[in-house]
Design a protein around this ligand. Sequence first.
Ligand SMILES: Nc1nc2c(c(=O)[nH]1)N[C@H]1C(S)=C(S)[C@@H](COP(=O)(O)OP(=O)(O)OC[C@H]3O[C@@H](n4cnc5c(=O)[nH]c(N)nc54)[C@H](O)[C@@H]3O)O[C@H]1N2
Ligand SMILES: Nc1nc2c(c(=O)[nH]1)N[C@H]1C(S)=C(S)[C@@H](COP(=O)(O)OP(=O)(O)OC[C@H]3O[C@@H](n4cnc5c(=O)[nH]c(N)nc54)[C@H](O)[C@@H]3O)O[C@H]1N2
Ligand SMILES: [Mo]
Length: 783
Amino acid sequence: MARSLTDDAVHGQQAEHDAPGGGWQSIQATEAHFLRERVPFKGNALMLKINQPQGGFECPSCAWPNPKRPGPMEFCENGAKAVAWEVTAARTTPEFFAKHTLTELLDWSDHALEKQGRLTHPMRYNATTDKYDPIDWDTAFREIGERLKTYDPQKVELYTSGRTSNEAAFLWQLYGRMLGTHNFPDCSNMCHETTSVALPQSIGVGKATTTLEDFEHADAIFIFGQNAGTNSPRMMGLLHEARQRGAEVITFNPLRERALVKFANPQTPKDMLTNHGVPISSQYHQVRIGGDIAAIQGMCKRIVEVDDEARASGGKRVIDHDFISMHTAGFEAFAAHCRALPWERLERHSGLERAAIEEAAEAWMRAERVICCWGMGITQHIRGGDNVHQILNLLLMGGHIGRRGAGACPVRGHSNVQGDRTVGIFHRSGETFLSKMDEVFGIQCPREHGHDVALCCEAILRNEVDAFLGMGGNFFRAIADQARVAARVKNIPLTVQIATKLNRSHLLHGKAAYLLPPLARTEKDIQAGVEQTITIEDGMCNVQGSTGALEPASPHLRSEIAIVAGLARATLAPNPRVDWEWLSEDYARIRDKIEATQPETFRDYNRRLEAEGVFHLDIAARDRLWHTDSGKANFLFPGDMLAEDDSVPDDTHFQLLSIRGHDQYNTTVYSYDDRYRDIYGTRSVVMMNPTDMEKHGVEAGHRVTLTAVSDDGIERKVSGFKLIAYDLPENCLGAYYPEVNDLIPVTNRDRQSNTIAGKSIPVTLSLMSSEEVENATGMLATS
Ligand SMILES: Nc1nc2c(c(=O)[nH]1)N[C@H]1C(S)=C(S)[C@@H](COP(=O)(O)OP(=O)(O)OC[C@H]3O[C@@H](n4cnc5c(=O)[nH]c(N)nc54)[C@H](O)[C@@H]3O)O[C@H]1N2
Ligand SMILES: Nc1nc2c(c(=O)[nH]1)N[C@H]1C(S)=C(S)[C@@H](COP(=O)(O)OP(=O)(O)OC[C@H]3O[C@@H](n4cnc5c(=O)[nH]c(N)nc54)[C@H](O)[C@@H]3O)O[C@H]1N2
Ligand SMILES: [Mo]
């Protein structure tokens, strides 16, 4: 059974690697990354502008919000890495492309491709030479437009990665809808779509009900499946503060993530003087991969039992019955379900001992104000939606929605993934929005639902895609069933990628292919002689401006907005109500149109932006208004009493999770080191419990092959991975994303939202023969 540790025990375990998360190492890493990109860090005025509400730019890394009064250096180690990577002095020029065929570049690592630096010119694929040639913008737009006009719009896919601004995303979906498609695969379909679908079923909104201020008042903060130290490091400052004022932090994670164990805040002098750090998690539960439903239901069971006893004895009730009767539906059924769950099954499914689950429940019962945070460890599961519902049940039982210091906090990924959805990137947009779009622009938006990421991949596999247009991101690398889908991309008549840096998705190209480089967020965007501001929405629903500060990486770059406008003018018949040029000359005009399509959400968009620099969108559940079918907040749970259908790993197969290392941003690999996990110089590793190693007769250092378990008869394998001994539950394995994306069947997805289940990957493991290892050395060198 996996370990659950509390306070001293958690921190006593740090002997092998005693450095806390954060600390001096973090400052050193920040500087090192700037130097590697050949940009000065010390005295770099750019970093004074990051995350400042007026006149500054929004960090292109994660979606964690800014405090009301940002400090003068409001950024973290990984935000600085993202900025350094973007403002690099390196350039991927036409001369570079003249030297390398795409076939040759396919052998390069993800790291090496992006390391070439910023793209400088629009490029067109030349099938005769197998190279990209430079092309002028107008010719590119004209050729792409001419092709698009001839395709069936149902076979056109417009992908969005979450770095795109509200303004660019809004035009992107307008363009798609005018073209006649509803196919808007979005990075969120691999990420928090689970939340966007399941959360509204529980409480009527799909976004965080917390603000940063709530973290200052919480008594207990639960963190499920989220590695804040690496992926939203600015959250660590809040957890650090919370612990120092006596709040509890209870973590559920199969891996002991270092910063969640102990963290030294680089912004706190005392921590930096001692470099010891502060204990973060007061309880750390190493739940089995996919075991959260059982863990949370076990907690709820304990809470219900204590409450039942209190009712019987006339003692103090621990459940908020007033809230439940006034605001919720389905509690009695859920309580009955929990009472009936056998502990033996809860233990087996969660991988935790009953005492540990009860201890977590005790922390919940002690707290007046509870926040629950969650990340990919919750959403990227076949039962991800059920996971989210259980977290909400835990909150609802205590009335922790719409109360200061409490709430639901899905921690979003890409810096504007939430805003892109708010302004209209959605393959299942509803009638209210679509009829407004029709009215404002005099168009007829398709009503039939379109493709998300999984459906887009399946269409590619069936050779039913005529054109794939990517607004940022690295789609053909980030998806499930990566190798199978990649093999079909060459059958797509047209691929267009709008991207700042070269990546694998640009090498996996259609018959005609274009690579269009935009301005990045750190750069000045001047239209019609005036500096423009874009807006983004962070993970706690604050909409704010971002104004670039640097000279563009190349004079040939255009803004994403200008690129969409150029494509649209070349593709669509003129429409007097949609003047693309006029819109792209002044981004405030686009915001007016966003407001026109959603007058309530974006009321006074430009005025509020100008006056305050940032504003919070209304979240009905914060006011205890429930936009659900029942008109109440709902207790939802799968009724199957934790049946065996979701593959508890056993002696025949393992459950594999795929995660990010500390020096990576999704498919962007900054370096091969993962300081917080003591893994250096390679990403081709499989983390395995020492007991499992012994049981299966393998040793640390062995090279292994992982084979996916699936019932579709398709073989999915990855090889050459080095085993490392790691503290994670038995029958569970860990590896880096995207290195294992070939292993995930595209059908492996959350049942409710279709989100790719990158954390429920059933696999078997076998040792490579020395001959196989020998043959694989070429591959190992680049991976
Ligand atoms: N520096 C940096 N910042 C980033 C990103 C990045 O790549 N680099 N990516 C951005 C994006 S797009 C996103 S979505 C976020 C992602 O941020 P996270 O949500 O932190 O994503 P992951 O690294 O995938 O890690 C998820 C965590 O879940 C745990 N986990 C895995 N399976 C389970 C499970 O079954 N149960 C529980 N309880 N835990 C589990 C893993 O051990 C890991 O600690 O970060 C964003 N910020
Ligand atoms: N197995 C597994 N698969 C996963 C995940 C996992 O945890 N496990 N995580 C999933 C998640 S949460 C996500 S969000 C997706 C991420 O999927 P994507 O969002 O598609 O991928 P990224 O790696 O973030 O995209 C990086 C590329 O974006 C481009 N880019 C960077 N900045 C800009 C910009 O400002 N403008 C434009 N136009 N382009 C830019 C650069 O060319 C860079 O190479 O991957 C998913 N895939
Ligand atoms: Mo994400």
